[in-house]
Design a protein around this ligand. Structure first.
Ligand code: AMP
Length: 148
């Protein structure tokens, strides 16, 4: 049996491992914090992408970011949820993958992120690549290499 060597794995394009945009829960720039909290709580995801109406990627928002934004000195100010916007709370400074990147770049980045957002050359959101998917591929590769 011919096994894939590590270089081949690292050079593989990422597009086969992407969870496509239509299956990814997201919020829009204009949404308020209450809506984002609702989506995050209902889906059970720790953080989700923020997109605009043309599907361009703008950042990530998490429950922790939302809770931080309504944390007062003595109480959680839940009434702020309705009036604060996703744009004021999200983290726009997020490392992303390009659709043409290889497995190697994904592997390097996923050490510090549970998932990575994938964008095309125009900044349009294509989907996500999760640490789970990357580890699965790595496991498959390690087990195949052991057999040979
Ligand atoms: P998982 O590998 O399924 O544990 O996902 C890790 C993280 O990736 C989740 O906590 C979410 O932040 C994100 N994620 C995974 N799948 C989705 C999805 N379909 N929609 C939005 N975010 C997702």
């Amino acid at each position: 049996m011919i096994s894939m060597n590590s270089k081949e794995l690292l050079d593989m394009p990422i597009h086969d491992f992407i969870i496509p945009a239509e299956k990814v829960a997201h919020v829009q720039l204009g949404n308020n914090a209450e809506h984002a909290l609702l989506v995050l709580t209902k889906t059970g995801y720790s953080s989700i992408p923020v997109l605009d109406s043309t599907y361009h990627f703008h950042g990530l928002i998490s429950i922790r970011m939302i809770m931080d934004s309504i944390l007062g000195l003595e109480r959680i100010e839940y009434e702020k949820l309705e009036d604060s916007k996703v744009t004021e709370i999200m983290d726009p400074d997020i490392a992303t993958l390009n659709i043409n990147d290889t497995f190697k770049r994904a592997l390097d980045l996923v050490i510090n992120h549970a998932f990575l957002c994938v964008i095309d050359d125009e900044g349009t959101f294509v989907g996500i690549m999760t640490r789970r998917v990357i580890l699965k591929q790595l496991k498959k590769h390690v087990y195949q290499s052991k057999k040979n």
